[in-house]
Structure formats: structure tokens, C-alpha cells
Design a binder for this molecule. Structure first.
Ligand code: ADP
Ligand code: MG
Length: 732
């Protein structure tokens, strides 16, 4: 009898030989191939007339719509460059609400009316396309509004090549303008933040014309050998293991994090980085992560829209390169129970056109006061919208990571570190005269509000915090590894933009009444420091005491994903997204529909796969082993005397009983789970379905898993057909 697990292992060990198939030639330096596949501004100068480009860049930098005539000229340049580099097709590349990216490839030619071949890529094809929108989720938008959707060029993110295809970053919207993707509201949120932040900057520095948000993501992932992956239907179909007993050795020695990168993995990383750099993604950091076979890569931060495009692009490049190395990359937030999951820390900051990072202490009193102003407003925004920010990161897959004792808790709080906390505490208790000193020459000096230019504790790390200040940026750590970071970033941008608008209104009203600007700024900041105190927490975010305390503080402690999604529809969220023009109420409703629908589908698939796995793999192995033991008991009886068999068979009896117990529980569990699923499917709407799946199907899956894992421990290893955790995590 053959065992698919052993076949897979044999093949995986073969792949281990494949360890240095990729070498970048020594003479190739990064600068020789960086952004080789990108139509950068620099390259555009070679292909597009100067006046046209000046107009284009000016429009892009100021967020204006690109005129068709400009698009036409640009399109000719793009096509020429792309074809010179071997492109035959082009695609509008967009970010549907399903997650990931979508493409529809068209060739660079068309037929004229006589049927002759014409090479073509017009401004129109660059500008706008009509992918078959009906196959992408819209959460009812298209029923309410218009049936069609279209993708439209986002000129702020450069076009690039993947193989023979020119990719054009685009937004995806309904014909009536409602966003059907993540990019549209992300762009709207940066526009809103830019405007609001610039207005506040004007109190400190009139030179600031533009503010943008930066994002530096850190992508965590697991690698698994392709043969072992193929022998685990749950990994293949759901991205995570639905069962599997913990390996005797997993991450407890913490030897992986600091260990050297395995040779075969290093070969994969080298090629991945090469491909990423060619695509203009400035990847810089690579290291092992906490769990076995878990790794991380991070680029240098960029403008949030471009950084997000790059993250989505890298996720697909990773999959492609992994396959070449006989690996599969797991982007799921929790592929294995019992070891760390994968997140995508989103490092976020705001920067002015004058080069000032608004979240870093500055060189003079004005810059420092500006820093405190922005810091405190971010705290206020996170405090007021903590439930919404949590909603922006939840999903059926990230659910397994949140609240587990090894990842950000399901309560949003902010870690500030000792130094900044002290500054805020001092300000809270200071008088205006103590905080801000204006001398005879009308120069401002900061008293207790003084902060060192470099923060000493910017390496002070509290890994348990979902939202941490790290010296010159905030790190939103709750974001899931497989997520489009756009969802979290647009919520954060919008929340901060709205908060800055509120701040400005309050400050302006008092200045108009004749109060001194510095005094008003201090007063309002002080008031905010008190108002948002509840969001600040530097302690252990995983502890039970924190859960109790957070509830007392009035922070959002909901843990059920379908209910957390409701936060998008709270009156405060609707108002906030409305005044910032980021998402209309109809768009919010449609987004929630998609989120609930996706949640249901994911759990439905998982539950079905689990049923199949236990019935087709686990139970047959258990039964086979039980039969062996039973036959042994009978044989022992025939050979030994009655006195002797009692003790001889005691162990067999015990195992036979355990096998019976767990198998029986699995049978019953699968029946109950199927029943629960059917009931859930009959719920009248997506929200109720999602709640039913969460409340009834999910707990049954956990129960079945417990029994399956218990069986894995006792069944003869040779009969077990699913690759085990120790194999999935330690073969590389
Ligand atoms: P860690 O120690 O958390 O792994 P790193 O120093 O590797 O942090 O940086 C993580 C990410 O933070 C990188 O993508 C980096 O570019 C980004 N980053 C650094 N400074 C900023 C900033 N001011 N704004 C946004 N992202 C930043
Ligand atoms: Mg980090």
C-alpha cells in the first residue's frame, strides 16, 4: 500500500538538493537592474515630449484629472517602451474587494474595418477599460446603481512589465462612480489627509504645500515544500492547516528567529529580491521570523498608494518565484495552530513637501510643537475610531491571529513608550506658561513640552501592542499578512484627516476670537491628551487583566468578526467617511456586504474541506489501526494463557478505546457541523449567515480538530496520510 505522505516526503527531500539554483552574476549591481521593468519618470523623458510630461507630472502631483489629449500622447510613449521591452499584451491591474489583484489581458493590436491587423494602444485603452464587472463582488452596488463597472488609469503609480505584459495600475469603479476596489478610497483618503494636514501645518510653517502619507510594510510569510503542500488538501484549498498536532519541537527554543537562513530558502529570497528590485520595489530587509519556516521581507517606505501597489505586486511575485524553487508561499495569517501567525506591520507616517516627517521630533520649537500636535491628533483619531480600525483589519483568516496569545490583541490600543508618555503627562499637568514660553522678541520656546531631537526609546519595542509609536512613525501591527493594506491605511488616513479637521475648526474658532495662537494650540492639545487617555497602553496587551481594563476604559472589545464589521456602519464611521469624502454610506454598506459574504464563503469552504479530510483521511487511518490492534488482541488470546493476556492487552485495549472515542466524536461532530452549515446557509442575509457561521460552525470545527489531533498522536505513523507539522515546518 502506498502512502501519499511518504511519497511527498521523498520528493521534498529531493527538492532540498535544489539549493543554489539562483545566483545573481557578480557584475550585476542593484543599480543596474533596479526598476528595470518600470516605466519611471526618468524613462518617460526619453519617450514622451517634454511639455506633455510637465503637464502630466503637474496634474499627478496636484491630484488633478489627466486630460484625454495628454493620455493619448502618453499612451504612445508607453506602448513604444513596452514593445521595445518585449511586451505583446497589456492589462489594467486593479484591486477588487475579493483581495489580491485582478487583470484582463489584451493584445497590443486590433483589426481595422477591413480585417487588417493594426498595432494599437490608444489613450482610451490606457485611460479606461471595462472588465466584466459582474464577476467581482460589489455588495449590491451594481443592483442599486448601474450594472457596469470600469477600471481607470491611476497615473500616480507607474506602469510596469510582468513578462510580456504591460500592467497599468487602475482604480475599479461602478459607472455611477462608486468604488468597487481598495485603491479608489485609498487615493481619496490620501487627498483628504493631505488637505487637512496641510491646513494644520500652516500654524507652524507656511511653506508646506503638500503632505503625503508614507507606508513601509513588513510582509511575513511561511514557506512550505511543494510536495508536502500538495499532500495537504487543506493547505491547497484554504491556505491553512485545519488540523495537525503540534510538533514536539516548534518555536519554543526561539532558535529560528536568530538562526541563519536555510540555503534553499536563501536561493528563493535572492531571486525574489531580484525580481522585486527589477519591478522597482525597494526591498531591503530579509530575515527569519519566530516560527519555523516563517520569514519576513520589508522594503524602504514609499508613498502609501505606491507602497500598497508594491505590496500587492510582491505577493504575486512571491508566489511565482516560490513555485520555481519547489516551495509554496503561505500568506495566510495562521497556517499552523500553536505557532506564530503572519502579519503585515504597516509603518505609517506623514511627510511634508518640505521634507519634514510630521511624526518625528523636530529641530526647533515650532517643529516640536507641530510634532506633538500631529501625534496627539493621531491618538485622538485612533481613540475615537478604535472599533473601526479593528474592523479595517479583520477577516476570516486574520481572525485566527487576533486575540491569540502571540499576536496583536483584538483590542486596539496605542503604545507610546516611556519618553513620549512622559512628555504628554507633563503637558497634561502644565500651565500654558510652563509649556510654551514666548520671549520678548516674540520667539517661542518650549518648556515642559520640550523633546529631544532623537527619541532614545525608539527601539523600545512592545510586541504586544497593535498600534505602536516607534520613534518617527506608527506601526499598525494588527494588519493581516494576506490583506490588502489599503483597507487599514484608508481607514487610518481618513480618521486622522477628520480629526485634523475637527482640531483646526476648534483652534480657528478661538484664534478668531482674538486668543493667541500658541496658547490655543496648547489648550486644545492638553484637552485632547486628557480626552484620549484611554487609548494609551504600554503594558502587556495579551494579558487577561488588560481585557478587563480595556472594557472599563470603554474601548471596543468585540471579538466576533461579523460583529466587528458592523463598526463600518456606526454613525461616527459614516460621518467620518462622509466628511472626508472617502466612502459614501452606500459604499460602506456594499463593502460590509462583501466582507460578510467573503467570511461566509471562506468558512463554508473550510468546513467542507475539514469534513472531507476527517472522513477520507483521518477516520480510515484510525479504523485501520484499530483493526490491527484488534487482530493483535485476538492473536495474543490464542497464544497466551488468560492470566497473561490481561496485562498484555491492557495497552491495546486502552488505545482501542481511545480510537473509538475520538472516531465517534468526529463522526458526531461532522454531522453536527454539516447541520449547522445548512442552518447557517438558510439565514436571510449575509450578516446573519456570517454570525451563524461564526457562532455555530467555527466552534464545531475546533472540536473536530481536537479529536483529529488526538488521533494523530496515537495512530501508527505509517498509516497517517497527511504530512505532519514537524514535516511541514522543518523541511527546507
Ligand atoms: P522593524 O525593526 O520593525 O523590523 P525596520 O527598521 O526594518 O523595522 O523598518 C520597518 C519598516 O518601517 C520599513 O519598511 C521602513 O522603511 C519603514 N519605515 C521607517 N521609517 C518610516 C517612516 N518614517 N514612515 C513610514 N515607514 C517607515
Ligand atoms: Mg516592525
Amino acid at each position: 500500500m502506498s502512502n501519499i505522505r511518504f511519497d511527498a516526503l521523498k520528493s521534498a527531500f529531493g527538492h532540498q538538493m535544489y539549493n543554489d539554483k539562483f545566483q545573481i552574476s557578480n557584475c550585476e549591481r542593484v543599480k543596474d537592474y533596479f526598476a528595470q521593468d518600470v516605466f519611471t519618470r526618468e524613462k518617460m523623458k526619453e519617450y514622451i515630449a517634454k511639455e506633455v510630461l510637465e503637464q502630466l507630472f503637474d496634474d499627478v502631483d496636484n491630484g488633478r484629472t489627466i486630460h484625454r489629449d495628454i493620455a493619448n500622447v502618453v499612451a504612445i510613449g508607453i506602448r513604444k517602451w513596452a514593445m521595445e521591452h518585449g511586451a505583446t499584451h497589456f492589462t489594467h491591474w486593479f484591486q477588487p474587494l475579493t483581495g489580491g489583484t485582478a487583470e484582463k489581458h489584451d493584445a497590443f493590436f486590433t483589426l481595422d474595418k477591413h480585417g487588417a491587423l493594426l498595432e494599437e494602444f490608444s489613450g482610451d485603452s490606457l485611460y479606461q477599460q471595462e472588465p466584466d464587472a459582474s464577476s467581482f463582488p460589489s455588495g449590491g452596488i451594481r443592483n442599486t446603481f448601474e450594472a457596469r463597472g470600469y477600471s481607470a488609469w491611476d497615473p500616480s503609480s507607474p506602469v510596469f512589465l510582468i513578462g510580456d505584459t504591460l500592467c497599468i495600475p487602475t482604480v475599479f469603479v461602478a459607472y455611477t462612480g462608486e468604488a468597487l476596489d481598495y485603491k479608489t478610497p485609498l487615493i481619496r483618503s490620501t487627498a483628504s489627509l493631505c488637505h487637512a494636514a496641510r491646513e494644520v501645518c500652516a500654524y507652524f510653517d507656511k511653506q508646506v504645500k503638500h503632505v503625503h502619507a508614507n507606508l513601509g510594510w513588513e510582509q511575513e510569510y511561511f514557506l512550505v515544500d511543494e510536495s508536502l503542500y500538495n499532500a495537504r488538501p487543506d493547505l491547497m484549498l484554504t491556505g491553512r492547516t485545519l488540523m495537525g498536532h503540534n510538533s514536539a519541537k516548534s518555536q519554543q527554543l526561539e532558535d529560528h528567529y536568530f538562526g541563519s537562513i536555510p540555503v534553499r530558502v536563501l536561493a528563493f529570497m535572492r531571486e525574489l529580491e531580484y525580481e522585486a528590485l527589477k519591478a522597482g520595489i525597494p526591498v531591503r530587509t530579509r530575515h527569519n521570523e519566530v516560527a519555523p519556516n516563517q520569514f519576513e521581507m520589508a522594503p524602504i517606505f514609499e508613498d502609501v498608494n505606491l507602497a500598497n501597489d508594491h505590496n500587492l505586486l510582491i505577493m504575486s511575485i512571491m508566489e511565482r518565484v516560490a513555485e520555481k524553487h519547489h516551495f509554496r508561499v503561505l500568506l495566510h495569517e495562521k497556517p499552523y495552530a500553536g505557532v506564530n501567525g503572519s502579519g503585515k506591520h504597516c509603518n505609517w507616517s506623514m511627510q511634508t513637501n518640505t521634507g519634514i516627517n510630521l511624526l518625528a521630533p523636530g529641530k526647533n520649537p515650532y517643529q516640536n510643537l507641530q510634532f506633538i500636535t500631529f501625534l496627539v491628533n493621531v491618538l485622538m483619531a485612533v481613540h475615537r475610531h478604535n472599533g473601526l480600525l479593528k474592523a479595517s483589519i479583520v477577516s476570516a483568516t486574520n481572525e485566527h491571529r487576533l486575540g491569540a496569545n502571540e499576536a496583536p490583541p483584538a483590542i486596539i490600543s496605542v503604545f507610546l513608550g516611556k519618553q513620549i508618555s512622559e512628555v504628554l503627562d507633563k503637558l497634561e499637568h502644565a500651565t500654558a506658561e510652563e509649556a510654551i514660553i514666548i520671549n520678548a522678541k516674540k520667539e517661542m520656546k518650549l518648556g515642559v513640552a520640550n523633546i529631544p531631537e532623537i527619541l532614545l526609546d525608539n527601539t523600545d519595542r512592545n510586541r504586544t501592542s497593535p498600534f505602536a509609536f516607534t520613534g518617527n512613525r506608527f506601526e499598525f501591527r494588527a494588519v493581516g499578512a494576506s490583506a490588502n493594506c489599503g483597507a487599514a491605511m484608508l481607514a487610518l488616513n481618513a480618521a486622522v484627516a477628520e480629526q485634523l479637521m475637527v482640531f483646526k475648526e476648534e483652534v480657528d474658532a478661538r484664534i478668531e476670537k482674538g486668543e493667541a495662537k500658541e496658547r490655543v494650540l496648547f489648550d486644545v492639545i492638553k484637552k485632547y491628551i486628557v480626552a484620549c487617555k484611554a487609548i494609551r497602553f504600554d503594558g502587556n496587551g495579551y494579558s487577561d487583566e488588560w481585557k478587563a481594563e480595556a472594557a472599563q476604559r470603554g474601548l471596543d472589545c468585540e471579538t466576533s468578526v461579523p460583529l466587528i464589521i458592523d463598526r463600518y456602519l456606526s454613525p461616527e464611521s459614516i460621518k467620518m467617511f462622509g466628511v472626508t469624502n472617502v466612502l459614501s454610506e452606500a459604499e460602506l454598506h456594499s463593502r460590509c456586504e462583501v466582507k460578510w459574504e467573503t467570511y461566509v464563503k471562506k468558512l463554508q469552504i473550510e468546513s467542507r474541506v475539514m469534513g472531507d479530510l476527517v472522513v477520507n483521511h483521518v477516520l480510515p487511518a484510525a479504523k485501520r489501526y484499530q483493526t490491527m490492534l484488534l487482530q493483535n488482541v485476538l492473536a495474543v488470546k490464542q497464544v497466551f494463557s488468560e492470566d497473561e493476556t490481561a496485562s498484555l492487552n491492557a495497552m491495546d485495549y486502552n488505545i482501542i478505546k481511545q480510537l473509538e472515542h475520538h472516531s465517534g466524536a468526529i463522526y458526531a461532530g461532522v454531522e453536527a457541523m454539516t447541520d449547522a452549515r445548512h442552518k447557517a446557509n438558510r439565514q436571510p442575509d449575509e450578516r446573519s449567515k456570517a454570525i451563524a457561521y461564526h457562532d455555530t460552525v467555527l466552534p464545531l470545527m475546533a472540536e473536530i480538530r481536537e479529536h483529529a489531533d488526538a488521533l494523530e498522536l496515537i495512530v501508527d505513523d505509517e498509516l497517517w496520510t497527511l504530512p505532519k507539522y514537524r514535516e511541514l515546518m522543518f523541511v527546507h
